[in-house]
Design a protein around this ligand. Sequence first.
Ligand SMILES: Cc1ncc(COP(=O)(O)O)c(C=O)c1O
Length: 433
Amino acid sequence: MHSFRYVGKELCCEGVPLSTLARRHGTPLYVYSQATLSDHFTKLDEAMAPVDHLICFAMKSNSNLAVIRTLADLGSGFDTVSAGEIQRVMAAGGDPRKCVFAGVGKTEEEIAFALRNEIYSFNVESEAELRRISRVAVKLRRIAPVAVRVNPNVDAGTHAKITTGTYENKFGIAFEEIEGVYARAAKLPNLRLRGLQMHIGSQLTDVKPFRLAVEKVVPLVTRLNARHGFDFFSIGGGIGIVYQSALESGNPSWWTKGRGRGILTPDRYARTLVPLLQPLGLRVLLEPGRFLTGNAGALVTRVEYIKKTGRKNFVIVDAAMNDLIRPAFYDSYHEIVPLTKRGGATVSSDVVGPICESGDYFAKDRPLAKVSEGDHLALLSAGAYGSVMGSNYNSRPLATEVLVNGKKSAVVRERQAVEHIWANETPAPWQRR
Ligand SMILES: Cc1ncc(COP(=O)(O)O)c(C=O)c1O
């Protein structure tokens, strides 16, 4: 459940009308609900309570310092994929000792940085990486905690670009090879074989692929734990969220009476997985990203033009694919609603941005309330893989981000000044005037 809903005719985030925020801060504007972040974290944390566990928020989904701080204050750890992300955790007041460090391309410098800051574990993606971590640990006279990422070869049944647990993907080490890898790793100096990790994909709305992967991997963990004395097993992230009925899903009754019955809730997830995990007697790590941040954010944009061609009604807005690339990149759906509710007939519309790419669109042939120049729209469920994937394409500044807490709101990222886009660039010496 989330905290974006109409109060009267005004779309609000918690106790603050989005139109107030759009007026105050301009657009494009990301708005995050602190209550939603807390609610989603707490629901998952409570559902997993029967096992010792640590939620490591996958901050690749949203790494704004205020979002990190919200989750750190609730006790969250962090799933990171670069030294930069670990630095962000520290900058937000989070604990690097609750960080796991994933990713296929860790550099020596990143490994050294993580070791010096005593991270919880490296999630290792190859044998070459194990050897490199061992070498760096020896040089620094440290013991490196490691978990190897197993690729269970289970199809998550999600979009190809966010499937990670099959042998077509670059991630992890094949299930059949894992025991040999651990046996060789045990001979490398300065490594502590602390656990095993997996992650099969993102935006899973059915618990079945999770169940199949856990059922397949648990016997392997049991054998490895007996040999190497593990502390944890990480089941990765991937819990899906509601995109299609985002607005309705903010209503509690949607979850109990209506379509919410078919959605993967923390309860459903935990009810299926906890009984499979409990016999391991290990700490369970979870790495949710989208589940914590997705429904907690909206992208607010202003309508610049309405352009009718022979075939189409284009609603041209001031946000673009540089602000939210998911529709262009993954064909993803974001519900689009006006900030001020209106009745009347809908118009089949393409909602597009100002960037010079045909791929710069947010919706195609979407029945949309009739809007005019100067009206505002909100793209819902935009809190995950939204602003973090932002770019300066077409020299467009990164959007403002605001955090709402009840009736309070605060800018948590200023709109980028346009000169900052080229602040690190300079003409070559022979071009200077
Ligand atoms: C290793 C790992 N863990 C966790 C996540 C987070 O996934 P999600 O946002 O779907 O929960 C990802 C996403 O790519 C990932 O690669």
